[in-house]
Design a protein around this ligand. Structure first.
Ligand code: AMP
Length: 537
């Protein structure tokens, strides 16, 4: 067989030739709609490639983006890897110190930023000396109070760039994208995706029993393009020739529902919180969502009640997926097999409430503490491990901790799961000390460190509880230094407010004083016991 490279430019070339008239629609910050065809898109990607070269970008350079889901961002998704450079999508919701740490770790040479977000980079520009130039993409949002320097305009670069085509991504194993994930101590960990892994991931996720995408799909990724490449949808959409609708910063309530209705969106994807908020809006306002049929939900556990409500009230299938930054991210998809179609509706719902079946290309196993494989009986739970052509084999950087990768070539996910004899995986717990709230990570360790800084707190432990809106919410347990000197929840929260964002702060009712923290045989805090206590309340 021919050894043809599975690369990102081949997705672009085919999309432009085979579906020249297909549309890419973006909602800009002021609410206006930008619309162009795959042909227009491809022309601008080629000019952007040349503009990057004129700016001195070379193969292997890291190019940062700091942007919402829009056509500018999409152009970078294709142009940066096509010149052999590496697209680093920076999470706009991270704290400024973590943001700076990721940019420095990646050593981004340029950063492309939505003009309305430029302020957030101006704040840290002194601490990211690696960045030689910032490029502003006009998203028609409010003008920033300050801009990082030096600062140039995207459209000016494009207007003077030549239209000659020269792709430089022949080596499918070279790096195309770089995404960061949270470490337990808040330190980000980088994962490099190759052209080959991006291509294969897109193929795997398009399949009928995965996302089920086709040229007839109208895809609206609510999941941000700064979150694991919007779950690969910017590549999967063009691979299938689908219409892509990019919502910009308008990802909740009326603007989202309006865009779905007017563009006749058939397929969407996002974390559970998005769909909880949308259904609250839909219960009070009418929108015609009759085109919408599939919504992929992942990042946190999807409540069965939400699946039921969307099906009953809007005839929309919410399909649960599980994945991670390290798995590009799609690992499993929960669909009911035909053999189970005779089960009653509630039993089918329970199956859809699991994290699902491994997608073709991804293998899963569960292991005990000594690394021995456990049975797929739906009851025995163990460490979930995965492998496959779009699963990371190491973290980026020479000093990165590689202990999550086993000697026999698997990745330890840090999730604890059961697998049924039919292959359905269900997450039952998490080993990593992290809490996922609204799709973003909160480090339990960082919260604990902040809480024990209180002079009257002896020890603290933070675990998560399930929360209807946020997915998970942090719960703080404290042990007092002196039982006669109590600590009010409000005091703990005041302390946390000094260094955490509002959405990361626990509720006052989630701060509990206890006599002693449960400990394991080796003296570590036994969080399993705390979580169990919370669930039984
Ligand atoms: P990230 O790398 O930020 O995408 O986070 C990956 C982690 O999110 C996984 O290891 C899980 O802990 C969690 N996660 C992702 N999808 C699901 C899901 N469907 N149900 C429960 N947890 C999930």
């Amino acid at each position: 067989m021919m050894d043809c490279a599975l690369n990102i430019s081949s997705i672009l070339r085919r999309a432009a030739r085979v579906y020249p008239e297909q549309q890419i629609v973006s909602r800009l910050n002021d609410g206006s709609i930008h619309r162009y065809t795959y042909t227009d898109f491809c022309g601008r990607v080629i000019r952007l490639m040349n503009a990057l070269r004129q700016l001195g970008v070379e193969p292997g350079d890291r190019i940062g983006t700091f942007a919402w889901n829009s056509y500018h961002h999409l152009e970078l998704y294709y142009a940066v890897p096509a010149v052999g450079a590496i697209l680093h999508t920076i999470n706009i919701r991270q704290f400024s110190d973590i943001r700076a740490a990721t940019i420095n770790h990646a050593q981004d040479k340029l950063i492309f930023v939505d003009r309305s977000l430029a302020n957030s980079l101006a704040e840290i520009s002194d601490s990211i000396p690696c960045v030689q130039l910032f490029v502003a993409m006009d998203d028609l949002g409010p003008a920033p109070e300050s801009t990082p320097q030096p600062f140039v305009q995207y459209e000016e670069l494009l207007s003077t760039a030549p239209e000659t085509t020269c792709f430089a991504d022949d080596d499918e194993r070279s790096a195309a994208c770089l995404c960061y994930t949270s470490g337990t101590t808040g330190e980000p960990k980088g994962v490099l995706y190759s052209h080959r892994s991006v291509y294969l991931h897109a193929m795997g996720s398009c399949m009928a029993d995965s996302f089920g995408l086709s040229e007839r799909s109208v895809i609206l990724p609510v999941v941000p393009m700064f979150h694991v490449n919007a779950w690969g949808l910017p590549y999967a959409a063009l691979l299938t020739g689908a219409r892509l609708v990019l919502p910009g910063s308008h990802t909740v309530g009326r603007p989202l529902a309006d865009l779905m209705a007017t563009e006749k969106v058939t397929f969407s994807a996002g974390v559970p919180t998005v769909w909880t908020l949308l259904i609250q809006h839909l219960r009070q306002h009418h929108h015609d969502l009759s085109s919408l049929n599939t919504v992929i939900v992942g990042g946190s556990a999807l409540p069965v009640s939400l699946i039921k409500d969307y099906k009953r009230d809007y005839d929309v299938d919410l399909i649960q997926v599980w994945g991670m930054t390290e798995t590009s991210p799609i690992g499993t998809v929960s669909r009911v097999k035909t053999g189970l179609a005779s089960l009653d509706a509630d039993q089918q719902l329970q199956i859809r409430g699991t994290q699902g079946l491994p997608v073709p290309g991804v293998e899963i196993r569960i292991c005990d503490d000594d690394g021995f494989e456990l049975p797929w009986d739906g009851e025995t739970s163990g460490d979930l491990q995965v492998r496959g052509p779009w699963v990371a084999s190491s973290y980026y950087g020479e000093t990165a901790d590689q202990s999550a990768f086993t000697n026999d070539g698997w990745f330890k996910t840090g999730d604890v799961a059961t697998v049924s004899h039919l292959g359905y995986m269900q997450i039952t717990d998490r080993q990593k000390d992290l809490i996922k709230s609204r799709g973003e990570w909160i480090s339990s360790v960082a919260l604990e460190n902040a809480v024990v800084a209180h002079p009257d707190v002896l020890e603290a432990a933070v675990v998560s509880r399930l929360d209807d809106l946020r997915g998970e919410a942090p719960v703080v347990f404290i042990v007092l230094r002196d039982p006669g000197t109590p600590v009010k929840p409000g005091d703990v929260l005041d302390l946390l407010r000094q260094s955490f964002e509002r959405w990361q702060i626990p509720r006052p009712s989630d701060v509990h004083t206890i006599e002693a923290l449960p400990k394991t045989g080796v003296g570590k805090i036994d969080k399993k016991v705390l979580r169990r206590q919370l669930r039984s309340k």
